[in-house]
Design a protein around this ligand. Structure first.
Ligand code: 13P
Ligand code: SF4
Length: 318
């Protein structure tokens, strides 16, 4: 039996058509992160993790970049494309991890280790990037750390879990800024292990922004893209996924016959969804393309200073 389309579906389809028309009118490309809602992912030209989206922003021939993600991602696109108009559906959709690292405190942190190389996660503001030597994402963090001469000290910010993970992986001692992602840091090993016991044939995959107590039990640790690739190519059929559940849409799409179980919420800290990513919706997407606002604006001085460490990252992660 074919069910009648419901009103919500029709509205969504109309909005998707409008998005397509506006993209053509503006010669725009729509970039979306895997953690956005499925409707946004359906409308996007490119859906990816932070590194893939930065690369797409670098290469696009479009006049306008519409960025459905969080603010630092759109800011990175602007740093790479000063001549392009970069629009965001909601300028208040910031990343709390990035916001946890104010520039003045970071300057003081750097001063404590004047000879250290400062590696900053891409989840940071343009100002922090401009104060760093090199940027990394969760896709290339290991390669970036290994590219630093062994005799050099390293300071790493703002995510302490990602920093701790790569420090253990490479054996490099690193001074860590004590920031964390409220979504990934909230997962607890105890609650995940309870679910693992209910699905003995399932394996745990985890994002390196999770705590060590969780990562320790994972058969695979990697960026959003790397986790997705692992679930596609792996012989396993069932996965418990410890990251933001938005990625399950693409995982299920790419492996329809496999089973994906979101890692359980920690009842003491039940924050496993990124509220800021979910602030992007089809309504504010259409609105921002119609109004050509909000737009990402940066001073040329700040943009140039932030570009250098991003370029170093892109050059070292070919
Ligand atoms: P990646 O997209 O690089 O995996 O990072 C995850 C994240 O938290 C994005 O904000
Ligand atoms: Fe920031 Fe975490 Fe949301 Fe990623 S998932 S945007 S790190 S708050």
């Amino acid at each position: 039996m074919i069910s009648e389309p419901v009103e919500g579906d029709l509205m969504r389809d109309d909005l998707l058509v409008t998005v397509r028309q506006l993209k053509e009118e503006l010669n725009a490309v729509l970039l979306a992160h895997y953690y956005t809602v499925p409707e946004i992912q359906m409308a996007a030209d490119v859906v990816g993790d932070s590194l893939a989206l930065a690369r797409s922003a670098e290469k696009t021939g479009a006049d306008v970049i519409v960025f459905a993600g969080v603010y630092f991602m759109a800011e990175t696109a602007k740093i790479l494309n000063p001549e392009k108009l970069v629009l965001v559906p909601d300028a208040d959709a910031g990343c709390p991890l990035a916001d946890s690292c104010p520039a003045d405190e970071f300057v003081a942190f750097r001063r404590r280790y004047p000879d250290a190389v400062a590696v900053s996660y891409i989840n940071s503001s343009a100002e922090i990037k401009s104060l760093s030597d090199i940027i990394c994402t969760s896709s290339n963090v290991e390669r970036i750390i290994r590219s630093i001469p062994p005799e050099k000290e390293i300071i790493f910010g703002p995510d302490r879990n990602l920093g701790g993970y790569v420090s253990r992986k490479t054996g490099r001692k690193m001074m860590l800024w004590q920031g964390y992602c409220y979504v990934h840091d909230a997962f607890s090993a105890d609650h995940i292990l309870t679910v693992c016991r209910s699905y003995p044939d399932a394996v745990l995959v985890a994002h390196p922004e999770c705590r060590e107590e969780v990562l320790r039990h994972a058969v695979f640790v990697g960026s959003t893209q790397a986790m997705l690739d692992f679930t596609v190519s792996s012989r396993y059929e069932r996965f418990i996924v410890a990251t933001e559940p938005g990625i399950l849409f693409e995982m299920q799409k790419r492996s329809p016959h496999k089973v994906f179980i979101p890692a359980p919420k920690n009842p003491e800290n039940p924050r496993n969804v990124c509220r800021q990513m979910k602030q992007n919706n089809l309504e504010n997407l259409v609105e921002c393309m119609r109004r050509k606002a909000p737009e990402v604006v940066l001073s040329e001085e700040l943009r140039e200073a932030a570009l250098l460490p991003i370029r170093r990252m892109l050059d070292r992660s070919q």
